[in-house]
Design a binder for this molecule. Structure first.
Ligand code: TIU
Length: 229
């Protein structure tokens, strides 16, 4: 009887602050909030006074990262920051914060701002989820708060998370910190994440990998792809 060696599923990624062993069998890609409300004019991001064009720049790299994850067989998760139509999951402290041109739940050019099921809450066409991928609607900035994400990942034996999406210092960093505290190893793809404030993106990359990787690791997309293929 012939024995076939199992294909190796682990690769060493040239990450910072140190190389990371990534095992495809226990890895998921988590793409944070690449939805119209943040990336296109007329949504929540713009209502807060931001220049949304800064975020569109990463779309080709996130698309390439999704393609890599799909070829590699990683579990793929997409999140959307969104609220129930009756706003029962949107604390007044969130809805009333600041002085936006439109508040969460108000009608805008892409439907009601940050409300589930409205055009603005949909992931942009270029990064549309495939059948079988998980789409998580989250009422908070973090992907683990008030979602079943942790249970789904654990049930699949996933312990390593590759992160991309927007915005780096808000929903991406919050989700990474939530995951880090839950025991996941977190790798942020440097050029697959963006902020309305480039200096905040850079600061987040620096703080994630400081102190020996206090929150996780970072890597440029090409270095990750090179390790995998
Ligand atoms: N405003 C901002 O930078 N971000 C958010 O409100 N949500 C996410 O980061 N997705």
């Amino acid at each position: 009887m012939t024995q076939t060696a199992a294909l190796p599923t682990a690769r060493t990624v040239d990450a910072l602050p140190a190389p990371l062993q990534l095992d495809g069998a226990s890895t998921a890609l988590v793409v944070i909030d690449m939805q119209r409300d943040f990336i296109e004019p007329g949504g929540f991001g713009e209502s807060l006074g931001n220049d949304v064009s800064l975020l569109a720049e990463i779309v080709p790299t996130v698309a390439a990262l999704l393609a890599l994850a799909r070829r590699a067989g990683w579990f793929v998760v997409h999140t959307r920051e969104s609220h129930a139509p009756d706003l029962s999951d949107c604390p007044p402290a969130k809805r009333l914060r600041g002085a936006p041109s439109m508040r969460i739940g108000d009608p805008g050019p892409m439907g009601r701002i940050l409300v589930r099921g409205e055009p603005g809450s949909e992931i942009i066409d270029a990064l549309a989820p495939w059948v079988g991928e998980l789409v998580v609607d989250k009422p908070g900035k973090g992907a683990f708060y008030a979602t079943g994400l942790d249970q789904v990942l654990r049930s699949r034996g996933i312990s390593q998370l590759v992160f991309a999406g927007v915005t780096t210092e808000v929903c991406v960093q919050t989700s990474m910190r939530e995951a880090n505290d839950r025991g996941y190893e977190c790798l942020l793809v440097e050029d697959a994440t963006a902020s309305y404030f480039p200096a905040f993106r850079q600061a987040t990359l620096d703080m994630v990998r400081s102190q020996g990787g206090i929150v996780g690791w970072t890597v440029p997309f090409q270095a990750l792809a090179g390790a995998w293929e």
